[in-house]
Design a protein around this ligand. Structure first.
Ligand SMILES: Cc1cc2nc3c(=O)[nH]c(=O)nc-3n(C[C@H](O)[C@H](O)[C@H](O)COP(=O)(O)OP(=O)(O)OC[C@H]3O[C@@H](n4cnc5c(N)ncnc54)[C@H](O)[C@@H]3O)c2cc1C
Length: 365
């Protein structure tokens, strides 16, 4: 039987950030991930600069390892309407990364013992310890396995309506790179008419990422189809977009999963932390991994619920209370036609699109 102090189930940004922050702690940390890295992750790969700041990553240094596409402007529009509006910031306000590179980079520098290609299958309590897969004993479990995290599924009974999204990322050949109408520094965002989701075209050097996410899980394929037809009608280039693949995740304030309990913490998508307005999940995953590490250190080996509940307080302090903003609560009670009208005003008026949609919802400015 192997032994560790902290077993992190999942080596995405949440799990690797937690491990990275514990690297000088003297604690024996093991990360298990069911996949072999580098691995793909269904994601747009858009990150805000706080991601790099939180992890002390110099943009130039990262760019020497992999794709780091600076974003200095956005185009925003509505699906079905032409002529998106451009908002230019004149300086990088976000970046684009490839998740296959980014996640591997984070894992390699976290200095923990990493077991690639090992799925967490069984979790049993043994006194105050956990026994995982019958062969690793751990004092504390960190659930970092994303939306379908085995720790969250074993220790909590959570059913909530997730965001559903589909995307594809493909490498363009030189002819496609010339013909691609999307500029690397200017991602394009097209909102669904009911504002329950948006599609994106996001170029990162020679890679193009196209996708659409929605709060309403029922008719995603129809919305994706409508979006692709809209893009293709604007430019025949989009006929070449390969098939999109889907995944789900929970937004902050919609997940009934507890953040912590007796001997466990949930971080990132496992806890359901993505920003409700933009769906950005990488930053909350990283920040929650870092907060979890602070709580682990201050618990000094006492992983009882009373010591670990400090983590839930930190999350509430950082992301607000889980009932959501007053605007979101009010929106749930508004009739559909009022919402559609409000959505059109927001997206189609350049000043509102910049100050509310981009500055506030997407860029935290
Ligand atoms: C289509 C789409 C587009 C998105 N675009 C963006 C975007 O542009 N920007 C953004 O900020 N967010 C985006 N998100 C959200 C973002 O991808 C997630 O919020 C983020 O990846 C969460 O990180 P995580 O570490 O919690 O989980 P993950 O990145 O999902 O990592 C979980 C890890 O756990 C491993 N794992 C799972 N089960 C097990 C098991 N049983 N045993 C061992 N290991 C296991 C997995 O292999 C994986 O490596 C998008 C999501 C989707 C679906």
């Amino acid at each position: 039987m192997d032994f560790c102090d902290v077993l992190i189930a999942g080596g995405g940004p949440a799990g690797s950030s937690c491990a990275w922050a514990l690297r000088h702690s003297g604690l024996h940390v093991v990360v298990l991930d069911k996949q072999n890295f580098p691995r793909d992750k269904i994601c747009g790969g858009w990150i805000t600069p706080e991601v790099l700041t939180a992890l002390k990553i110099e943009p130039d240094s990262y760019a020497s390892h992999g794709v780091l596409q600076p974003i200095t402007a956005f185009k925003t529009g509505c699906i079905g309407r032409h002529s998106p509006a451009a908002t230019d910031y004149g300086t990088p306000v976000s970046y684009g990364v490839r998740r296959c590179e980014f996640d591997y980079y984070l894992l390699k520098r976290c200095d923990a013992r990493i077991r690639y290609g090992v799925s967490v299958n069984t979790i049993e309590r043994s006194g105050k310890d956990w026994v995982v897969n019958g062969d690793i004993r751990a004092r504390l479990l960190v659930g970092a396995g994303g939306h379908f995290c085995p720790v969250a599924r074993k220790l909590t009974r959570a059913i909530a309506a997730p965001v559903v999204a589909q995307e594809t990322e493909f490498e363009m050949d030189s002819e496609q790179q010339t013909r691609c109408p999307v500029g690397g520094t200017v991602p394009e965002l097209y909102f669904c008419p009911d504002l329950k989701g948006y599609g994106w075209c996001f170029r990162k050097g020679k890679f193009l990422n196209v996708g659409l996410g929605r709060l309403d899980p029922h008719e995603l394929p129809a919305h994706v189809d409508q979006f692709l037809k809209f893009l293709s009608a604007r430019n025949a280039f989009f006929h070449q977009v390969p098939r999109l693949r889907g995944h789900a995740y929970l937004l902050y304030g919609t997940s009934p999963r507890p953040f912590a309990g007796d001997g466990f913490l949930l971080v990132g998508d496992s806890a359901g932390l993505a920003y409700p307005q933009s769906g950005e999940g990488i930053l909350p995953a990283i920040e929650s991994g870092l907060m979890a590490s602070e709580v682990i250190l201050s618990a000094r080996g006492d992983y009882s619920p009373t010591r670990l509940e400090a983590y839930a307080r930190k999350l509430a302090h950082r992301f607000g209370h889980t009932s959501g903003s007053w605007a979101m609560r009010a929106a749930r009670h508004l009739p559909a036609h009022t919402l559609r009208f409000a959505a059109r005003q927001l997206i189609l008026r350049p000043r509102l699109a910049r100050s509310i949609v981009l500055d506030r919802w997407f860029l935290h400015r």
